[in-house]
Design a binder for this molecule. Structure first.
Ligand code: GDP
Length: 439
């Protein structure tokens, strides 16, 4: 899960701070030392860490937060704001100012460039664009084939010229093809190498000057930490990239690349790859990432996912229930199928405020357990489904017997439901969501 270990480390630092009515300068210093250690262990660039800690300390001392009534909360808020700033504050958008938006995808082999090209194509298609993918990796026939396969899965056409080994020629022809076929986005999947070399850069520069792309997006693998940042720096120097696609964030528990790329290269992360599926791509929202890192969950992404998975009528109904705080186990049962579409329960829970990795693993929510959950709810009476709080131990035993499960499983489900209801409360109270530091 993204940022898991960093979030856990910071979580324990802040827990200490929150518990204090008063924070001395020494407390703050000690906390900052621990934050520093956590960031360094997360493989965040050393200089970035140093500037970050200095910035936070200065602000905390300058704004007299130590004298305030809630010093712990205020320090966390400063850390949150600075984390957002580090990652670029605003969500970086693609430049669609031209009639045809040319997106040149670059990166080292294996970083996830082809997959990301396709994901972006699918993402933009959903937004009503008419993208085409261009197979401009002339060295690896497999790359072309891969692009065709994923393009087909997404219903995004793939342009290629089998008899040509000239990437610049292919790219130019693709542009002509796009204007003849009313395509408004051209995504060029260029060749990758294992390492940065002159020849590769030369080819990329030639493509760049031939097609004058609106965007040059560099794909880097989040799991490689500072290596990813170094790669970004090199590509940026040579090609003046417009942004980064950070892949495999789903497997990156540390977050070093996510936190350093913008600060080191000056170029924003525009998209995050969150899994192998072709829909596992998210626009990179610095504020939501900061929220995840601070263990405050990512409710907004959850809402986005819900909107994608639910149809509008269901979404409106659900929204009403959430607003009125009348979401009960019946709704839970009805929505289970829909919720499954949003991703695994682990994914969903991991975006909820206050759910740390320990809670996640102790909850042991996996897809197989879904069937049990359904059976348990089905074994409840209508009254129990509406008011789970009336379920006492004898009722639990009956429900367990009725559903062929155990009392522990019933307990677990009820606990999860309470967690979900807490989340719903935050949905229905956006002010609290904004402050949302819990505590
Ligand atoms: P390329 O050589 O840069 O074009 O890399 P590919 O697109 O072929 O991807 C390399 C591998 O990384 C493939 O197995 C992809 O499924 C995987 N991959 C790409 N993006 C992600 C991601 O965001 N998360 C995960 N878990 N795997 C990814």
């Amino acid at each position: 899960m993204a940022f898991e270990s960093l979030a856990d480390r910071l979580g324990s630092v802040f827990k200490k701070l929150r518990g204090k009515g008063k924070i001395s300068e020494a407390d703050l210093k000690e906390a900052m030392k621990e934050v520093k250690r956590a960031l360094l262990e997360a493989d965040v660039n050393f200089k970035v860490v140093k500037d970050f800690i200095n910035g936070v300390s200065e602000k905390a001392l300058g704004q007299n937060v130590l004298e305030s009534l809630t010093p712990g909360q205020q320090v966390i808020k400063i850390v949150n704001d600075e984390l957002c700033a580090l990652m670029g504050k605003e969500t970086a958008k693609l430049d669609f100012s031209r009639k045809i938006t040319v997106i040149m995808m670059v990166g080292l082999q294996g970083a996830g460039k082809t997959t990301s090209s396709a994901k972006i194509g699918g993402f933009l298609k959903k937004q009503g664009k008419r993208p085409i993918l261009v197979a401009a990796d002339v060295y690896r026939p497999a790359a072309k084939k891969q692009l065709k396969v994923v393009g087909e899965q997404l219903g995004v056409p793939v342009f290629s010229i089998d008899e040509s080994t000239d990437a610049v020629f292919i790219a130019k022809k693709a542009l002509e093809h796009a204007s003849q076929n009313a395509n408004d986005v051209v995504i060029i999947d260029t060749a990758g190498r294992l390492h940065i070399d002159e020849e590769l850069m030369e080819e990329l520069k030639n493509i760049k000057s031939a097609v004058e792309p609106s965007e040059i997006l560099l794909t880097v693998d989040a799991m490689t930490g500072q290596d990813a940042v170094n790669v970004a720096q090199s590509f940026n120097k040579q090609l003046d990239i417009t942004g980064v696609v950070l892949t495999k964030l789903d497997g990156d528990t540390r977050g070093g690349a996510a936190l350093s790329v913008k600060a080191v290269t000056g170029k924003p992360i525009k998209f995050a790859g969150m899994g192998e599926k072709l829909t596992d791509l998210e626009p990179f929202h610095p504020d939501r990432m900061a929220s995840r890192i601070l263990g405050m969950g990512d409710v907004l992404t959850l809402i986005d996912k819900a909107q994608q998975a639910f149809d509008e009528r269901q979404a409106a109904e659900l929204e009403k229930k959430i607003r009125e705080q009348s979401f009960d186990l019946n709704d839970y049962l009805n929505q289970l199928g829909q919720i499954k579409k949003m991703g695994s329960m682990q994914d969903i829970l991991s975006m909820m405020p206050g759910v740390n990795s320990k809670a996640l693993s102790s909850a042991q929510i996996d897809e197989k357990k879904m069937g049990h959950i359904e059976a348990i709810i089905q074994a409840m009476t209508p009254a129990e489904r509406q008011k789970p709080e009336i379920i006492n131990s004898s009722r639990k035993q009956r429900i367990a017997n009725g559903s062929g499960t155990t009392v522990q499983e019933v307990n677990l489900l009820l606990k999860q439901f309470v967690q979900m209801q807490k989340l719903m409360k935050q949905f229905s109270n956006p002010k609290k969501l904004k402050r949302g530091f819990g505590g």
